[in-house]
Design a protein around this ligand. Sequence first.
Ligand code: NAI
Ligand code: SAJ
Length: 433
Amino acid sequence: MHIGVVGLGYVGQPLAAAFSDAGFRVTGYDIDEQKIETLGREALVAAVTNIPETTHRSDPPAYTSDPTQLGDCDVIITSVPTPVTADRKPDLSIVRAAGRTIGEQLTPGTIAVLESTVNPGATREEFVPVLEEASGLVLGEDFDVGYSPERIDPGTDRSLQNTVKPVSAFTDDVRGTLADLYGNVAGDVYLAPSVESAEAAKCLENAQRDLNIAFINQFAMACQGIDWLDYEDVLGVAESKWNFQRYRPGLVEGHCIPVDPYYLIDTIERYGESASLMREARVVNESVADYILELVADAFDERREQDGVDDGDATTTGHRVLACGLAYKPNTADVRSTIKRRLFDGLREASLEPVGYDPHVEPEAAAGAFDLECYSSIEQSDASAVLLLTNHDEFADFTTDGLAASLSEPPVVVDITGHLEEPTRSDIIFRRL
Ligand SMILES: NC(=O)C1=CN([C@@H]2O[C@H](COP(=O)(O)OP(=O)(O)OC[C@H]3O[C@@H](n4cnc5c(N)ncnc54)[C@H](O)[C@@H]3O)[C@@H](O)[C@H]2O)C=CC1
Ligand SMILES: CC(=O)N[C@@H]1[C@@H](OP(=O)(O)OP(=O)(O)OC[C@H]2O[C@@H](n3ccc(=O)[nH]c3=O)[C@H](O)[C@@H]2O)O[C@H](C(=O)O)[C@@H](O)[C@@H]1O
């Protein structure tokens, strides 16, 4: 069987490699020619240096930016981005563009599978029409369509190979065929009763996570106004209960958790039903950036008082704030985040100069994502303050006093990860979410 994979990103590339490792002929297609060139070079190196125990592996995927190479695929799987627009509406333009590309190469008997996270109904209402229009073929007569969302969890050990992958299609036969196919690469397969139930479940999983984090974020921010209530102490007690859900307050970022709820909200509200909890969770989680800016401003006000500076406007002029951790979550290099960009713009508006440090993120990637100068160590940054934003494993030994030692006096340390303890030095100005 010849499998085509359209969109070779965090989801598509491992999927192409997994089907190749399982012995299938795989053609990986992407519009990013640089990515194709890099993947092709890596595949060549892998093929040449392939170690004996992976002899079961067929040829590595053929990577191409020429869509005609998809022409004789039996199954074409696509996982392309599904962002939201500026007014937080689903943006399926990339899915439709990929659908047109696939449709132009579609031949009778092919199965097209959508993996992107989309709102319930989008496969039938958006993906199928572009396939039919571009191919001139008819769903169910000439070709078939399936849906299988992805659940990989970057930065953790949860991968395609050890997670349950929902699979569905518009007929039982195709659903069974796809379940057998994905059974070669996924940890397990769940036969979703309908395409729409699989689409909705994927959005619901992420919306539930967003809601749970918002719940803890709102409680943590509330505790800041109750000086005798420490949320960490409360969480410690609560987590001793067998079914208390463990979540950390923090910036909810990435291209999924802050985005996918809006896909489900859109469908629910289009039918005149309420998604108020999902909406409120987004409001709370998006407010954390503003809350952090308040913490930083308050810390610098205290610094001004300590300095005996009496001009109220000069609170923060020219001070550097070192953002420790730029990736959207621990142990990843992914900087696809809109909230940090807002946060750094807010610091600049307060006459502060944000600079970055993240051992996982290339300085060029940080400069591109946040227009941020990056340092390869905290000491190099010549900062007045540290803002700990992402709790990478490399930061496990950080202490408030230790971070403060690298800063100009009196040092300011703001922790959003909940990782740092209260300082022992009295001159350290410490704030935390
Ligand atoms: N990254 C993750 O951890 C997960 C992502 N997802 C979902 O998977 C989908 C893809 O996400 P990622 O892989 O992270 O995106 P990504 O941005 O890492 O990769 C997408 C790839 O698609 C390519 N592309 C864009 N337009 C194209 C087109 N018209 N034709 C062919 N290729 C095109 C891009 O060049 C890029 O290489 C999204 O719907 C996302 O919500 C689901 C679970 C996990
Ligand atoms: C329901 C669920 O766990 N979905 C996963 C999620 O993965 P994602 O990479 O978005 O990471 P995440 O661990 O949910 O974190 C998202 C954001 O929320 C933050 N976060 C996370 C947990 C928490 O207690 N507090 C918190 O602030 C993280 O720092 C990050 O900025 O979304 C992925 C996706 O759909 O892209 C999905 O495949 C993953 O399985």
